[in-house]
Design a protein around this ligand. Structure first.
Ligand code: GTP
Length: 877
């Protein structure tokens, strides 16, 4: 096909010249010159390019809609005046002057096509035209080339045929000439001549064919080369693109969270008006860290493996692996100690920072623990101690002129109460500690907040075990004693006996050269009570008790309980500062604001100074008796401190539970015969629960173990019942009952809550129950002894011992022992028991008899035969 210029080609195809030039440029073929010639090879290359790129444009579109159809609907109303002057309102109601209203709805629809789509379509059409024309041209060129080759081949074949014909003719001619006498030389030369003549006829056609062949081969080679190069470049570009995409994907995965956060931050920033800088900064991709990231890790005193892994941003599994390498086996939720955690953090290349839990404590409590300020005199805190029923409550009752004892269940004080008593010698604060041994622990605490102990000893009873205990506690706490020798109104009262007995315990009366005041008194008729108060006041004076008033308030919890209407209620004794209503306080693991304060008469007070007992409302939970109470200024820090304390106590509890479980397992492995009685104990106040738990736990023996699995303050609830069911525990309510749900659950599961209001009863009943669990004891009872006087041999009966029953009765069916010089030589049973010739069932003391011992033929004169019985005895504790 004839070569043409680009312009000609564009004209022929009808495609704009620009577009043809663009296509050629994209195919990498032509310059910008429209008059450059376009060879067949160029056209082939262009066609190939078009085929490759044709249709790709659709894929590269952004995927958005190529056209949008908008529909609009508008409503309007036309009001038509009615002919009869009557009008109808839009709702159809008739009214004066109303016309007819017609609703008109206009619908419009318009379709917009994307400009780029239209243009792309035009370009695509042009390209299709180009492709078609090029295809035609290339096909035509190919066909022409093939026709030309055919023609040349035909010409060559014709020439060859001619030459052969000519040669044949000439050969025939030469033969004829030879036959006529011609030489062979002539023939040869003729042959050569014919060959030479034939040569010029073949050469021009061959040359042209060869030249064309070489040219097309070169073009094809070039095409192949170009194609290879293009493919290589394309593959390279593709590889680069894919690598970029991979990196971007990875970055987006890795930074997913961060980006979300950043984006939200960005949104916030945009909202705030600072959009530009923020959003451009956020678009950066993921940057692979070039060096290991070293983190600063806070290591508290106790931390779980999972938590530590999170702080280091490593997987928990990796941390556990690392621990295994170090020889530590732990699960993800297991708490590890600070030292181990520090080692692990260092091992993993981070910087540990040891967090001392006391830091926060110190910070929050610095102002309160050591009060600074002017010290002022304060009234004494007095505790009454003594043996059960020696008259503690009656004495306090007399002193504060209120009937406390009469209102108490069983007449025994069940929990610590605190009362302020006004006397002529100033105020005294009394902590009423119960006298039962069960309250030992509480009493010990009472002694610690106490300035003076009144030791009540009944003059008719003398020193008893708890009197001694009280002396020990007072001594241990370094608290001075004042002895109230009570019940002197009784006839059998013997105050001197009390003195003597106490002197033996190194409590020496002043009048006998000691330092302890002994005051004889009667709590019933009040005799000597004034003197007692005077003695206490005197003792307090000697102590020169002081407190700081102008400092943050601090004190101690005396008792706490849960009140149905008021929530947690705590009796506290203020020791320093002035506690005001509204103060923020912390106590142990509890936190709160003092909502209300009540004094010992239940009257509201706004503030309470040193040595004042008050009941406070507003704590988050029940603090333990003996816990410190502190008023704090920084509420946030105080809350944080309480949270940390709770965490700590929970950890401790968990660890203790684990230890307990291990111990239990170990014990049960060691001795499976040991029976366990589990208890779930609920009570009205913390002190009672503690005391009851301790007393009941003390009933444990080697054979029966008492395990209080759960204790708490408040009504018995569903969870208590569930726990009792699960652990097969006895459910005990002390001055509390099961709520409705708990009752139902208990009934359904045949669990019976045991209610008590007197600690003695609970102890006695449990003791009886435990007694029932003890294995009965088998005892031996010797019922008779016979002395062997003589031994006979009978052919029928074997050896027979002639005996005299010296003690009790010997029975035929009972087991026997043979004793020789008081040593058992045989144990077995009787073969026969005879009186004279008769078999008898038993022989009484003082009677002779013949005894045959089964399976024993060595009974000798002088031996003793002991007859006994086995009896089973029920055991009690
Ligand atoms: N005659 C006489 N009886 C007294 C006197 N003091 C107490 N009692 C009686 O002794 C009994 C026990 O008195 P409480 O005051 O309940 O004894 P307690 O030491 O408080 O007992 P617990 O609360 O169990 O620790 C009561 O019946 C009192 O009436 C007294 O001075 N004289």
């Amino acid at each position: 096909m004839a070569q043409s210029t680009v312009r000609d080609f564009a004209d022929r195809t009808g495609v704009p010249l620009d577009r043809v030039l663009i296509q050629l440029r994209e195919a990498g073929l032509a310059s910008d010159d429209p008059d450059a010639t376009l060879s067949d090879a160029d056209k082939s290359a262009l066609l190939e390019h078009i085929r490759k790129t044709h249709g790709r444009r659709d894929d590269s579109e952004d995927g958005g809609p190529s056209q949008i159809t908008l529909k609009r609907r508008s409503h309007s109303q036309l009001k038509m005046p009615s002919g009869g002057g009557e009008r109808r309102s839009p709702r159809g109601s008739r009214g004066a002057g109303a016309g007819r209203t017609v609703n008109v709805e206009v619908r419009k629809k318009r379709t917009y096509v994307k400009r780029s789509v239209v243009e792309a379509e035009a370009a695509e059409q042009d390209v299709q035209v180009l492709e078609r024309v090029l295809q035609q041209d290339v096909t035509a060129a190919e066909e022409a080339r093939q026709a030309e080759a055919q023609r040349q081949a035909d010409a060559a074949a014709q020439a060859e045929a001619d030459r052969q014909a000519r040669e044949a003719a000439e050969a025939a001619e030469a033969e004829a000439r030879a036959a006529e006498g011609g030489t062979a030389a002539d023939a040869e030369s003729a042959t050569a001549g014919s060959e030479t003549a034939a040569e010029p006829a073949q050469s021009p056609a061959d040359l042209e064919a060869q030249t064309q062949k070489t040219e097309s081969e070169a073009a094809r080679n070039k095409e192949i080369e170009d194609d290879k190069e293009r493919k290589r470049l394309e593959a390279e570009a593709k590889r680069e693109r894919e690598a970029e995409e991979r990196a971007a994907r990875k970055a987006s995965r890795g930074k997913g969270k961060a980006r979300k956060k950043a984006e939200s931050g960005g949104r916030r920033a945009r909202k705030g008006g600072a959009a530009g800088a923020a959003s451009s900064a956020l678009q950066q991709g993921f940057e692979k860290p070039t060096a290991p990231v070293v983190r600063d890790v806070q290591v508290p005193e106790n931390i779980t493996v999972g938590d530590l892994a999170q702080r280091m941003s490593v997987k928990a599994a990796d941390l556990i692996k690392e621990m295994m390498k170090q020889g530590v086996m732990a699960t993800i939720n297991q708490a590890i100690d600070q030292d181990t955690a520090v080692l692990l953090v260092e091992e993993l290349g981070h910087r540990p920072h040891i967090v001392r839990e006391d830091d926060l404590e110190d910070e929050v409590l610095s102002q309160t623990t050591e009060p600074e300020g002017t010290e002022e005199p304060r009234s004494a805190v007095v505790t009454i101690m003594g043996h059960v029923d020696h008259g503690k409550t009656t004495l306090l009752d007399y002193i504060r002129r209120a009937k406390v004892a009469s209102g108490e269940a069983g007449g025994i004080t069940q929990h610590i109460g605190a009362y302020r008593v006004h006397s002529e010698r100033g105020d005294l604060t009394f902590l009423d500690t119960p006298g039962h041994e069960a309250f030992t622990a509480m009493r010990a605490r009472g002694a610690q907040v106490t300035d003076v102990v009144i030791l009540v000893v009944a003059a008719d009873d003398g020193v008893m075990p708890q009197t001694e205990e009280a002396v020990k506690h007072a001594r241990a706490a370094g608290v001075p004693l004042v002895v109230a020798v009570n019940k002197i109104d009784r006839e059998e009262a013997d105050p001197d006996r009390v003195k003597n007995e106490l002197v033996a315990r190194e409590v020496v009366p002043e009048e006998w050269g000691g330092d302890v005041q002994f005051i004889p008194c009667s709590a019933i008729n009040g005799q000597g009570v004034e003197e007692l108060l005077e003695a206490v006041a005197l003792q307090a004076e000697l102590l020169e008790l002081k407190a700081v008033r102008d400092c943050p308030a601090s004190g101690v919890v005396v008792e706490s309980s849960l009140d149905r209407g008021r929530g947690p209620v705590a009796t506290i004794l203020v020791q320093n500062g002035i506690l005001e209503q509204g103060d923020t306080i912390i106590s142990g693991t509890e936190f709160g604001r003092v909502r209300a304060m009540l004094d010992e008469r239940g009257e509201r007070v706004k503030s309470a100074g040193p040595s004042t007992p008050v009941v406070i409302l507003g704590l988050s939970g029940l603090p333990e008796a003996g816990d410190e109470v502190l008023a704090v200024e920084d509420e946030r820090k105080a809350r944080e401190l309480v949270d940390r304390r709770r965490e700590k106590s929970r950890d401790k509890r968990l660890q203790a539970q684990k230890a307990a479980k291990m111990d239990e397992l170990f014990n049960s492995m060691q001795d499976e015969a040991v029976k366990t009685v589990n208890l779930v104990i609920k009570g009205d106040v913390q002190g009672s629960v503690e005391a009851l738990t301790q007393s009941l736990a003390n009933l444990s023996t080697d054979e029966v173990r008492i395990v209080p699995v759960a204790t708490g303050v408040g009504a018995i609830n569903e969870s208590d019942v569930n726990l009792a069911i699960a652990s097969e525990a006895l459910l005990i309510g002390f001055n509390v009952r099961a709520d409705a749900k708990a009752r139902r659950l208990a009934q359904e599961n045949d669990v019976k809550p045991h209610y008590y209001s007197i600690i003695y009863d609970a102890i006695d009943q449990l003791r009886n129950a435990i007694s029932g669990m003890l294995e009965p004891e088998t005892r031996e009872n010797i019922i008779g002894t016979a002395e062997v006087r003589e031994v006979f041999r009978s052919s029928q009966l074997g050896q027979i011992a002639g005996c005299l029953v010296v003690d009790g009765v010997v029975r035929r069916r009972n087991p026997i022992r043979v004793l020789r010089e008081s040593v058992v030589v045989f144990e077995g049973e009787l073969e026969s028991l005879r009186r004279f010739k008769d078999d008898v069932r038993e022989v009484q003391s003082g009677t002779e008899c013949g005894i045959g011992v089964k399976h024993y033929n060595d009974v000798r004169a002088g031996d003793q035969i002991e007859c006994y019985e086995r009896i089973t005895v029920e055991r009690t504790l």
